[in-house]
Design a protein. Structure first.
Length: 81
């Protein structure tokens, strides 16, 4: 897992949301990650709502707003996303 997004860049103004990148073998297996994190408050954004077929987005609510985003991406090369 890697810390990505604006909060990962020193001295860059950032939104108060932690973005994480989690590589996975394939997106079909992403449900296993979601199931493992569900008891800690993480929830899958339905792929149709997310609108990005190349990832699965899992969010952690922090009160009234999201506290973290976990971007699950399949394969090895995530630089073009």
């Amino acid at each position: 897992m890697a810390h990505i997004g604006s909060t990962a860049v020193p001295h860059l103004p950032a939104k108060p949301v932690l973005d994480l990148l989690g590589p996975t073998q394939d997106l079909e297996g992403a449900h296993e990650v979601v199931d493992a994190l569900a008891d800690d408050g993480w929830a899958l954004v339905p792929p149709a709502l997310d609108g990005r077929a190349w990832r699965r987005l899992v969010v952690l609510a922090g009160g009234e707003r999201r506290g973290a985003h976990l971007h699950l991406l399949a394969g090895r090369d995530h630089t073009h996303r």
